[in-house]
Design a protein around this ligand. Structure first.
Ligand SMILES: Cc1cc2nc3c(=O)[nH]c(=O)nc-3n(C[C@H](O)[C@H](O)[C@H](O)COP(=O)(O)OP(=O)(O)OC[C@H]3O[C@@H](n4cnc5c(N)ncnc54)[C@H](O)[C@@H]3O)c2cc1C
Length: 448
């Protein structure tokens, strides 16, 4: 059964007994998907067919070839899974709100169900759709374990303030997700498979940031990566997760970002595994509290992807340091080409460009140094966002915007000792970070 508590009506209109459409966007999976379940329940209740639609925008927040190919290969696998469930899958290239409105009008839909995103671009698309149809339009939070709207009604100050709210609701929401059934009411017309060659041709993405091959996309691969993490890395996660020279993180973020696996499934499997308690708690804190704190930030702060979104105290302290002399100043191109004086920073940049995933600990250092070596904090923020979104497989995500706002703009943090350029925003020095792990090994691993 679907979970009504995850639902929010976007236009207050009731469903009519006509076909139901699930507009899949952020949760790109057939399994463990509350939005798909909700759509199927509504369709079965009204004895109606069900279709899933994905609208493919030709460009999206600076996404390059690597992210589009990871996503499209994942979508091709969903098509096969949905076919077995007798649910057709339509991928429509073009402007997303225009395409979905045309589709629901053409098929006289009785309800449009979609998944949740706190990002401005998705919310603008949804507002456009709401304004142009009289079809019931319902959003289901299938991305968060505790639905973002229910976890908190405001932008939270820090993990300390969100944590108790999340933990109070976890017993209610951290439950197994039912399976989607073979749909009993077939789509009235026979549907062709999507033509992926043609779909690729509609994209305007930059091909120079090449594809990533060491991580394979799709729901099944995501589960393999999860199992490997639980069996081989979870026991050491507490100690190893902050060591960039070791492969101690889960590598699940690209799958979570594209919705190829649900955080709910990951949390349940990790808890069930009964591994080292401290490591399990530390992983759950990152996966649930930190990740859902980022969702909270972007949902309640419309400027989460820019300098304007940072807390007032941080803006004030950074403003007071505008005239401080920067020892080094680099252009975006120099950052992009890993041409700074710092071999550790350059290694992190190369890791991101070459592997599509920089180690989490290095991401903090990377962004803080961009602040230190840029002309203004605004410039630093936008360099970091553009590079992160272009090269990270998991980029264009609330966790990225929150991570950059934390590093550059003191978000979810407190004021520290005053320093040049940073004011009281927390500083990270090259010497102290090098002392924490074997930096030479990491530099060697990312030399070219
Ligand atoms: C400057 C900067 C940029 C970042 N950019 C991104 C980004 O674009 N996309 C992204 O998903 N994350 C981003 N992060 C957060 C974090 O670094 C990554 O989520 C993590 O490194 C992903 O690797 P993993 O899945 O192997 O992590 P693991 O350590 O295995 O963690 C498991 C999961 O917990 C969540 N998580 C872990 N750390 C954080 C965190 N600090 N904040 C929020 N959630 C977290 C993620 O969903 C992650 O997949 C950024 C952090 C910083 C400081």
């Amino acid at each position: 059964m679907a979970d009504e508590r995850r639902a929010a009506s976007l236009n207050g209109i009731s469903a009519k007994p006509c076909p139901v459409i699930y507009w899949m966007s952020r949760d790109q999976r057939a399994g463990d998907n509350w939005a798909l379940l909700y759509a199927q329940d509504a369709a079965i209740r009204m004895k109606q067919p069900l279709a899933v639609v994905f609208t493919l925008a030709p460009s999206f927040l600076g996404a390059a070839e690597r992210q589009y190919s990871f996503m499209l290969e994942g979508l091709a696998l969903i098509e096969s899974r949905l076919e077995k469930l007798r649910i057709p899958f339509f991928i429509l290239p073009g402007n997303p709100p225009d395409e979905i409105v045309k589709f629901i009008k053409k098929h006289k839909a009785g309800a449009l169900v979609t998944d949740f995103s706190p990002l401005k671009i998705h919310r603008e698309w949804k507002d456009k759709v709401s304004g142009r149809t009289r079809t019931a339009f319902i959003e289901i939070d299938s991305h968060n374990i505790v639905p973002c709207r229910l976890a908190s009604g405001k932008q939270e100050f820090s993990a300390r303030t969100l944590r108790p709210k999340i933990h109070r609701l976890l017993p209610v929401f951290l439950t197994p997700v039912p399976a989607v059934k073979r749909h009993p009411f077939p789509w009235p017309v026979k549907t062709e498979r999507n033509d992926f060659k043609m779909l690729y041709k509609t994209l305007k993405s930059d091909k120079s940031a090449g594809r990533i091959t060491w991580l394979k996309p799709g729901e099944e691969e995501a589960v393999k990566v999860l199992k490997n993490f639980i069996n081989k890395k979870l026991n050491g996660y507490g100690a190893d997760r902050n060591n960039p020279a070791k492969d101690g993180q889960s590598n699940l973020s690209p799958y979570i970002h594209f919705g190829q696996i649900s955080a709910q499934r990951i949390a349940l499997e990790v808890q069930r595994a009964g591994k080292d308690v401290e490591s399990t708690e530390s992983f759950i804190e990152e996966l649930i509290v930190r990740r859902e704190l980022a969702e909270n930030f972007c949902f309640y702060n419309g400027r989460c992807d820019s300098f304007e979104g940072i807390p007032g105290w941080a803006r004030k302290t950074l403003d007071s340091r505008r005239k401080d002399i920067r020892e080094y100043i680099y252009s975006e191109k120099q950052f992009e080409n890993a041409e700074t004086h710092d071999d550790l920073w350059n290694a992190a940049q190369r890791e991101m460009v070459n592997r599509g995933k920089m180690h989490g600990y290095m991401r903090m250092y990377w962004a803080k140094k961009i602040l230190e070596w840029s002309r203004t904090p605004e410039e630093a923020f936008s360099f970091a966002v553009r590079l992160n979104d272009r090269y990270e497989l998991d980029g264009r995500d609330p966790s990225g915007y929150a991570g950059i706002a934390w590093s550059v703009g003191g978000l979810h943090d407190r004021p520290w000792f005053k320093r040049p350029v940073f004011g009281s925003v927390r500083y990270m020095g090259g010497k102290s970070i090098r002392a924490r792990f074997n930096a030479e090994t990491y530099i060697e691993q990312n030399r070219n």
